[in-house]
Write a protein that binds this ligand. Structure first.
Ligand code: NDP
Length: 457
């Protein structure tokens, strides 16, 4: 219903449309374009790197590099990949059923209505919030299927190579589809960004929130296809460890608990997620289409994949300490994100750390020329650093990797990736907020001078 409303509104707005003052930059530098092209071309096969390291090199990236140094080594990887993928038909069918099942749940399950942030073109979109129910139902069906022998509990681990090929293919096809859709039948035409570069448009996306009917492609792809798969992949690799070794090590249990907590939170707070950068500001291209479909299930699950191959039992005390550090990181992650949301939702009429919140009323203009106001919180976690929620996330990310021990760096790839992602994200968010809020953002920076770590950065 709202899609129709915004479309009508758009035709009115088009007549007085001015260039967006904020939102993603529309003039990427040449090195950015080259970077985007490199990622689009190389990423689809990236899952082969951890897979080869796990299957052939004792989980060691160092050994993998040595093996890649001579032709025999490359052939052995190639041969094993071929053996592991006798046919793509079965995994394609499984993956196709997965996407259709998730889309069906997304559309038919009941839910509440959430509203996103105002977009640069002045649209405020509605979202059906039913992710939590969908997540529980999916896990329920997965367990029921395993109990009833419709499939094996380690089905994903067994079919890993084929499923990753299917996920990567789906991610590429979706990227191309949304690229074409953005030109031919955009959902909200004034919220498109054209960069003038094919590779940049494919990588970063053109449409902000593309939809097919009620199916919001971004929320669906990241949340249902990606985040829900994260849980199932983890459970399946835990089952695989049990199949091979006859037990599930406590490291695997800690990884599953912490990551499930993070994913459960994601769905429990789905109406919060629609206000985050992913949904509110990033356009939908390869980064989020292929990223949601293939990167999340392959890279975020590295710890479970690693432990399924090389179990690691922590002492009970170490396991408990890691669990507690992770829960502490999670608490700070949730509390900091919640503070920002509650201040915005209540218009500042709330209590942060026992006191009235300190806020800046910031002003911005949408591309239709309308002036809006928004609140910037300067107390609580948001008074410590401008992106303190990222530090909390990193503490949790480290705790998710630590149960794998210190034998190999491979399972720490998630922590390294999150560190790079969040530092880069803080830089681009600062840039966008500074364009959006102008001198109000400068005022905020004067009050809260550090971006991530007080006294350091
Ligand atoms: P935030 O939730 O921090 O949102 C940033 C936005 O909040 C800004 O663009 C601005 O948007 C608004 N804002 C900035 N400063 C303030 C303030 N002082 N008070 C109120 N609003 C403010 O960023 P993300 O969306 O990147 O991250 C959300 C969470 O998700 C983080 O904890 C992050 O760690 C996590 N995350 C996890 C990822 C994963 O793959 N596991 C990936 C990315 C993020 P506006 O224009 O509305 O003012």
């Amino acid at each position: 219903m709202t899609v129709l409303r915004t479309t009508k509104l758009e035709s009115l707005k088009a007549s007085r449309h001015i260039n967006p003052l904020w939102g993603r930059s529309s003039t990427p530098a040449i090195f950015e374009i080259a970077f985007c092209a490199t990622l689009v071309l190389l990423c689809p096969a990236s899952f082969l790197i951890p897979w080869s390291a796990l299957e052939l090199c004792d989980g060691s990236i160092g050994k993998l590099l040595v093996r890649l140094g001579d032709m025999d080594g490359i052939y052995s990887i190639f041969n094993l990949a071929q053996e592991s993928l006798p046919s793509v038909v079965a995994p394609m069918k499984i993956y196709g059923s997965w996407v259709v099942f998730q889309a069906t749940l997304f559309i038919v399950l009941p839910g509440t209505t959430g509203y996103g942030e105002t977009t640069p073109a002045g649209n405020r979109l509605w979202y059906k919030i039913n992710g939590l129910l969908s997540w529980f139902l999916t896990i329920g069906v997965y367990i029921l299927g395993a109990l009833c022998s419709w499939w094996d509990a380690d089905i994903v681990a067994k079919q890993w190579m084929g499923l990753m090929v299917a996920a990567s293919t789906y991610g590429i096809v979706l990227t191309l589809l949304v690229y074409i859709k953005a030109h031919v039948t955009p959902s909200h035409s004034l919220d498109r960004k054209f960069s003038g570069s094919l590779f940049h448009d494919i990588f970063a996306g053109i449409e902000l929130n593309p939809r097919i009917g009620d199916l919001d492609l971004k929320l669906f792809n990241i949340g249902r296809v990606g985040m829900t798969a994260w849980t199932i992949v983890n459970l399946s690799f835990a089952a695989s460890q049990y199949q091979h070794f006859g037990y599930v090590c406590n490291g695997m249990i800690v990884v599953n608990i912490l990551q499930s907590l993070y994913i459960l939170d994601f769905f429990y707070q789905e109406d919060w997620y629609i206000g985050t950068i992913d949904i509110a500001h990033d356009h939908f291209g390869f980064y989020l289409a292929w990223g949601g479909a293939a990167w999340i299930p392959s890279m975020y699950t590295l710890q479970a994949q690693y432990l399924a191959h090389y179990p690691f039992n922590l002492s009970q005390t170490t396991a408990l300490i890691i669990l507690l550090v992770g829960v502490f990181g999670y608490w700070m992650f949730r509390a900091s994100n919640h503070q920002r949301i509650v201040v915005r939702r209540t218009g500042g009429k709330c209590v942060i750390w026992g006191k009235k919140p300190v806020v800046i009323t910031a002003h911005y203009t949408t591309s239709n020329g309308e002036r809006h106001t928004s609140l910037l919180l300067c107390s609580g976690f948001w008074g410590i650093a401008r992106h303190f929620n990222y530090i909390a996330d990193l503490i949790l990310a480290f705790a998710m990797c630590a149960p794998c021990g210190t034998r190999n760096v491979l399972p720490y790839a998630y922590f390294v990736y999150m560190t790079v992602l969040l530092i880069h994200r803080s830089i681009r968010d600062e840039d966008r907020c500074s364009k959006k809020y102008g001198k109000d953002w400068e005022l905020y920076k004067a009050r809260v001078p550090y971006a991530l770590i007080p006294g350091i950065y």
